[in-house]
Write a protein that binds this ligand. Structure first.
Ligand SMILES: [Fe+2]
Length: 267
């Protein structure tokens, strides 16, 4: 199974870099569409838009509509749950019984579980008891398959960058970390939010954080030639080895041909 992860597109229509953010998002979807083999799904781990406005979601949804693979979205701290739902509810995967943007995708050898870490009070994450119960219920709904969990805020101490704790309280982060370790079946955690690529662990579960697709908001040092090239992640799942993550730089070549050529050469 192949998952393309994108994150932190921060679509805004009235900032000086508004066009660049739209372009970054658009070229990323085009690059993913050109992959061969292409991903089975695309997961957007939140901060889809910057101000939570319906017109921003309309612009984001128009770009995501070009994706060849099915798209699943999460809520980030800049998202607005109600407006996100209005933009994406027709896809049918958002749980109808709650305002929280959390759900499980059951169609693949790996279950995909999206959690909602949005706080109404700050840009940092939150994870209340109700969300923990909902996550544990989702985990327990199937006791056979491995699970990949997607959460906007990284549920571990991020030791690169200025802010190690990305939740409002350590208790909230630990509540999520504890729920993730409730079973032995969560094999990977994928996040965004900090706008830079890094890795960590939730207990013994490997965790990966991807940079922002919005190049003007990306953290970390990039050479001038890469400053306007979005970076996204491809997560490939192998039943024996688990997940392997590849960072892909948009615009670095004919991804379809290079991927297929590598396969043929190694055969
Ligand atoms: Fe963000």
């Amino acid at each position: 199974m192949i998952i393309a992860q994108i994150s932190d597109t921060h679509i805004a229509l009235d900032t000086p870099d508004a066009d660049q953010r739209l372009r970054d998002f658009d070229v990323t979807i085009a690059d993913i569409n050109a992959l061969d083999p292409g991903p089975d799904v695309i997961v957007h781990t939140g901060d889809i838009v910057h101000n939570g406005r319906p017109d921003e979601y309309a612009a984001a949804a128009a770009i995501l509509a070009k994706a060849r693979a099915p798209v699943y979205v999460l809520a980030g701290n800049k998202d607005n749950r109600a407006n996100l739902r209005a933009a994406f509810a027709a896809k049918g995967y958002l749980a109808p019984d709650s305002d929280f943007v959390d759900y499980a995708v059951e169609d693949w050898p790996v279950r995909l579980i999206a959690v909602d870490t949005l706080s109404s009070g700050s840009n940092k994450g939150d994870f209340c008891r109700e969300r923990a119960k909902r996550l544990i219920d989702m985990i327990d709904a199937d006791t056979a398959k491995p699970i990949a969990v997607f959460a906007h805020h990284p549920p571990f101490e991020v030791t690169v960058g200025p802010d190690r704790i990305n939740f409002e309280t350590v208790e909230a982060m630990e509540r999520l970390a504890h729920a993730l370790q409730h079973s032995k079946r969560v094999v990977a955690v994928f996040s965004g939010h900090v706008h830079r690529g890094t890795t960590g662990h939730v207990g013994r579960i490997p965790a990966t954080v991807m940079p922002s697709i919005a190049t003007t908001l990306r953290k970390g040092e990039y050479p001038p030639a890469m400053k306007m090239c979005p970076v996204y992640h491809i997560h490939r799942f192998d039943p024996v080895w688990g997940f392997a993550t590849e960072a892909r730089i948009v615009g670095t070549g004919p991804s379809a041909a290079s991927t297929r050529a590598e396969v043929l050469q190694s055969a």
